[in-house]
Structure formats: structure tokens, C-alpha cells
Design a protein around this ligand. Structure first.
Ligand code: CTP
Ligand code: MN
Ligand code: MN
Length: 501
């Protein structure tokens, strides 16, 4: 197979992007009344709201615009407000159903009569947030993540964040089996159409093992899981996260350093450990690499890399893959897949691309070759987002060099961005596209499905039918689109934006 991959650290001139508003709906300031709702449910619902970009106040203040109550009458809520020295004036007194519907839709929904607090005692039946077993709607989802349509929406972020943290801890501790189990459990909760509030809703769901269920139960009952909290606070987990956050450092290296007493970046710098060049670059640009890449930046970088590709191979095609292809608005890196319409013409493309980049950046760049074969790390402090300046890059390094200095003198802010490049022959393109679009769990589940349910082997190069005994070698199945691969696997086609397992 001739697929090649390349990981870059790219210095990139940031566009002036307005600071992201943590509160997506500035006119809506929410307060959840604890009375009859209970403290843990209030904490749970508040956290849920904040995840979705709502401003949910911990303490009541005059700024609160919407007061959310459960099982309270309008009189009771007004009495409570008066006791706080505030009236109802200008404020909405709403039933929790307005809140849960707004969470479901991701924005404040229109206030209908049924959302307003009733004057008479009245108990709402909201199936999503039922507390009474007889009202509980059990959920149902298929067993493999590649059979589910999972958008970026997540009604169970509090629970999935907790399980993902345990997964991450297991993965960093080299316990991949446990890691996958937590990832699968989190993916099942993420696929649910609404928030889980009661354990009985989970009856019959796949992939929820005893351990995951214990964590979910803790959170539903107490608002937090002690295991998650203690993991989050553990010195070892914190050190593993910081150290593996360095580009070029995996869990094995991090573990060795921790055993030598290195827990943070300063201790690493002071330790005199020999770092390879990728790790040196990773340490130097640690803060940049930790910072998420925005879609705007990804598109700007696509322009830059696209020009580089076009100048070494005019007919070559480049596609944005990874999380951005799934509709994510931020990512930890930018992933590109490159191919050429004529089979074989992609051979040598990656080295040409590397020397092109190298020749344009030799002034500022260091070419870093890691120990892994086919994995080259290039670090360059050179490429700019704006096409006007980029044109100068193409017209010559010296002019570019001056421009580069000019940009710096103008006070531009540069940042390092991780970029993954993959070059694939056109005959493998569909497999590479499917394999590099992710999510990671979706990919793992596709391969598990292929193996366990279909007797096939799927990779980002090919699909192989293990059952074809007529030919001793088995059989490779051709496909020229993702749709064909799903069809060969006997799966309904899932578009990229629904592969966010
Ligand atoms: N991938 C791979 N081999 C690697 C690294 C990644 O096949 N050595 C695949 C993953 O399986 C995934 C895709 O490349 O399907 C993208 O990986 P990655 O960039 O790590 O994740 P994203 O989903 O893009 O998430 P993010 O937005 O945080 O980058
Ligand atoms: Mn990515
Ligand atoms: Mn990647």
C-alpha cells in the first residue's frame, strides 16, 4: 500500500476572531428554584444548561430573567421571589418543561401557555424528566455505534464527560480494554434523544457495563461521581494529561517520566531529559497546541496546504477530513486527505510536498524526522493565512521573508497548529476518506462490525472478505465511494455529520 501520512506543526497567523461568548443567549439569564426540585437535580439541570451555552445563575439576582420551577404553583414562586426582595416584574416564571425543551432544541424555545406556572397546584408530566417509574420511557439503541446516527448534539453531556474522563484515564494508563468499554458506554448515552434522569430508562441498552452504570447512578443520585472526581484530582492523571499533551509524547514516555519524578512542564525542562525534535517543538509550542483550532483556521490552512499541493501536482485533490468533516466547529488538529485522479500519480507526492514546504520555509523551519517510518514532522514558522501574503510566498522566499518580518512587526499573533496529511492512491480513496473522517469510536465500531458480523476486515486502505474461500488469498472488495463501503458492509449509509459517536 502506498498511503503515506505526515504530521505537521504549522505556525499560523491567527485571524482576529471575536472572543467566543460563553453565554450564547445574553438576553436569557436563568435561575432554577431549588424548592421541590431538590439540590442534586437542580445541580444536574444547571450543569446541563451551561453545557448548552445558557447562563444559569447559581444565586438569585435582580438580573435573572427566567425563573424555572418544578411542581411549584405561580403563588408559591411569587412568594419565594418576594422573600428575596424581588418581585415578578419583567420576569418569566416557568415550568421546568420550558427548560428541558430549550435544552433539547439547544436554544430558548418560545414561551407557550403550558410553560407558564399554573395558579393551581399542578403536576407536570414530562416524560423526559419523569421521576416516577411508571412515567419512564425506556430508550433503545442499536448495539454498534456505526448503526446509529449521532450528531454533535448531546443531551447527556454531564454523564458522557464523566465516562470519557474515565476512558481517557484508562487509555493513558495503557488499559485499552477498559478505555473502549467506557467509550462505548459514553457513545450509547450520547446517542439518546433526551437526558437520562432515571436508571430504569437504561434497561436493555447495549454496552453499559456494571462499572459505567455505577458511575451513571452516582451522578444521577448525587450530582457527581466520587470515582470521576478523585481521578480528575489524582496527581498521576494530571501529570499524564500534561505530559501526553506535548506533541510527540505518548503514554509510555509520560509514564517513564512520572516514575522519574517529572509531573509538569517545568520539571521536564529542568530534568535535562533528552527530547527528540518533535518533542522539543511540542514543548516550545505547548500552549498553542492545547488551544483548539477553529473552523475558520482550518479553512485558512486548507487554502495554504491546497496551494502547496497544487504547485507540486496540479491535478491532485485535497479534502478536509477528521472532525471538521463531521461538522465540528473546533478540533485539536486539522486533517487532510490528498489524492490524484490518476492511479500511481500520487506516488512521490508526499516527499515533493515536503520539499516544497521545506524550500519555502528553510529560513525559519526545521525538518524533524521521527523514529516511526513514514512519519515526518515538519515545523515551520512561515505560512500565513491571508492569500495576499501567500501569493508572495509562492513568488519567492526572499520577498516572503520580508513580508513575514513585516507581519511580525505589525504585531500579528502567530500560533502553532497540528496538521495531519494523508496521501492515498485513488483506488483506496473511499477507504481512506471513511477511515480518516472518524470519529475514532465510529471507526473502531465499523471495524468491529465488519469482523464480527460480516467476516470482513476493514482498514483505511481496503475491505477484505475473509469468507471467500474459493480463492486462497481471500478477496479485496472495490469501492469508489463511502456509500458503496457501507453497502458492502450491509449498513445503512451514515453521513459524516452523523458519525459523531
Ligand atoms: N486516525 C488514524 N490514524 C492515526 C490517527 C488518526 O486512522 N494515527 C484517524 C482516526 O481514527 C480518526 C481520524 O483519523 O478517524 C481523525 O483523527 P483525529 O484528528 O485524532 O480526531 P478528530 O475526530 O479529527 O478530532 P479533533 O477534531 O479533535 O481533531
Ligand atoms: Mn482531527
Ligand atoms: Mn488528526
Amino acid at each position: 500500500f502506498s498511503q503515506g501520512t505526515l504530521s505537521l506543526l504549522l505556525m499560523y497567523k491567527q485571524q482576529e476572531v471575536a472572543a467566543t461568548q460563553p453565554n450564547k443567549f445574553p438576553q436569557v439569564i436563568l435561575f432554577l428554584l431549588e424548592r421541590k426540585m431538590g439540590a442534586s437535580r437542580r445541580a444536574f439541570l444547571s450543569q446541563l444548561g451551561r453545557r448548552k451555552g445558557f447562563q444559569v445563575e447559581e444565586l438569585f439576582s435582580k438580573n435573572v430573567t427566567h425563573v424555572i420551577c418544578e411542581s411549584n404553583t405561580a403563588q408559591e414562586a411569587r412568594m419565594w421571589l418576594e422573600a428575596q426582595g424581588a418581585g415578578q416584574a419583567g420576569r418569566h416564571l416557568l415550568d421546568v418543561s420550558w427548560y428541558t425543551e430549550s435544552m433539547r432544541d439547544g436554544h430558548p424555545v418560545e414561551i407557550l401557555d403550558r410553560h407558564k406556572l399554573q395558579v393551581q397546584q399542578h403536576f407536570h408530566k414530562c416524560s423526559e424528566f419523569a421521576v416516577n417509574d411508571s412515567e419512564v420511557t425506556p430508550f433503545s439503541v442499536p448495539g454498534y455505534a456505526c448503526q446509529r446516527r449521532c450528531t454533535l448534539e448531546n443531551h447527556n453531556a454531564v454523564l458522557t464527560d464523566a465516562l470519557s474522563l474515565l476512558a481517557e484515564n484508562a487509555e493513558l494508563s495503557d488499559e485499552d480494554g477498559r478505555g473502549v468499554a467506557f467509550r462505548r458506554a459514553a457513545a450509547v448515552l450520547k446517542a439518546l434523544p433526551s437526558a437520562v434522569t432515571n436508571m430504569s430508562q437504561l434497561t436493555g441498552l447495549p454496552c453499559l457495563g456494571g462499572h459505567s452504570l455505577r458511575v451513571i447512578k452516582d451522578i444521577l443520585e448525587n450530582g457527581t461521581s466520587s470515582e470521576v472526581e478523585s481521578t480528575k484530582e489524582s496527581e498521576r492523571f494530571k501529570a499524564l494529561k500534561v505530559l501526553t499533551g506535548i506533541f510527540g509524547v505518548g503514554s509510555k514516555t509520560a509514564d517513564r517520566w512520572i516514575r522519574e519524578g517529572i509531573h509538569n512542564l517545568q520539571q521536564l525542562r529542568d530534568s535535562g531529559q533528552t527530547l527528540n525534535r518533535a518533542q522539543q517543538a511540542g514543548l516550545e509550542h505547548y500552549d498553542d497546541i492545547k488551544q483548539p483550532v477553529s473552523l475558520a483556521e482550518a479553512e485558512a490552512i486548507r487554502g495554504i496546504v491546497g496551494r502547496a499541493v497544487a504547485s507540486v501536482s496540479p491535478e491532485a485533490q485535497i479534502v478536509l477530513t477528521g472532525g471538521f468533516r463531521r461538522g465540528k466547529l473546533t478540533g485539536h488538529d486539522v486533517d487532510f486527505l490528498i489524492t490524484h485522479p490518476e492511479e500511481g500519480s500520487e506516488v512521490g507526492l508526499m516527499p515533493k510536498l515536503v520539499s516544497w514546504l521545506e524550500s519555502r520555509v528553510s529560513f525559519y523551519a526545521a525538518l524533524l524526522i521521527s523514529k516511526q517510518p513514514k512519519m515526518i514532522v515538519v515545523m515551520f514558522k512561515s505560512i500565513v493565512t491571508f492569500s495576499k501574503i501567500l501569493l508572495n510566498v509562492i513568488s519567492g522566499i526572499f520577498l516572503y521573508g520580508q513580508k513575514f518580518r513585516a507581519v511580525l512587526e505589525m504585531g500579528g499573533r502567530w500560533r502553532a497548529v497540528r496538521v495531519d496529511l494523508v496521501v492515498s492512491p485513488i483506488s483506496q480513496f473511499a477507504f481512506a476518506l471513511l477511515g480518516w473522517t472518524g470519529s475514532k469510536l465510529f471507526e473502531r465500531e465499523l471495524r468491529r462490525w465488519a469482523g464480527h458480523e460480516k467476516g470482513m476486515s476493514l482498514s483505511s486502505h481496503a475491505l477484505y472478505d475473509n469468507k471467500q474461500l474459493s480463492c486462497l488469498q481471500g478477496r479485496y472488495i472495490r469501492a469508489s465511494s463511502e456509500e458503496e463501503i457501507f453497502a458492502h458492509l450491509g449498513l445503512e449509509f451514515i453521513p459524516p455529520n452523523e458519525r459523531n459517536a
